[in-house]
Design a protein around this ligand. Sequence first.
Ligand code: HPA
Length: 231
Amino acid sequence: MTPHINAKENAFAKTVLMPGDPLRAKFIAENYLENVSLVTDVRNMYGYTGEYKGKKISVMGSGMGIPSISIYAYELFNFYGVENIIRVGSCGAYSDKLDLYDIVLAQGACTNSSFQENYHIPGTFSAIADFDLLLKAYNNAKDLGIEPHVGNVLSSDVFYQDDVNAWKKWQSMDVLAVEMESYALYTIAANLGKKALTILTVSDSLVTQKETTAEERQNSFTKMMEIALNL
Ligand code: HPA
């Protein structure tokens, strides 16, 4: 047990899928996994372990933002022997090449957060995905007939930005989209010698101002899950 996870030792598989929403974790467990059991429920941040195509796999909510995912990722990697965390989330498009429901594989993550100060690095840490996971996800997507976008994302500490044009600076650096967690996930994985990847579905666009509905998001979510579950 850890401060935020009340699962028994060895309750998690080596690979954990992490949606932001714990009810999404429940949905994945109930709809994609077999022989599933709930292994943790502290603060209703549900975690489940089951099987997919005969292989043990876990799924757990991360909550929103860097502080939340960093707590769960650290505890899973450090205390539960987890080796791979695959974040499955949503993002806002910064690039005009991205349409709603497109899939983004976050090759790297930039941030406006002070998270890296925790590590006292004498410079700027570039947070990157594990290459093997990235390559596999890319190939899985191609096999499913999906053309994923691969590149940088921004892990923002702020959802409601006071300067409504600030995102254009990130766009000018070819940052594809914004979300709120991957920088911390990748940095923690690097620090602990573990592997991480973020797979995102575009849920809104800063370029076109278009947004998806919750119901539509549910459908597009299936593509992302198939890429992630077959890693
Ligand atoms: N901003 C931050 N995080 C997000 C967004 C956004 O527009 N869309 C989905 N996750």
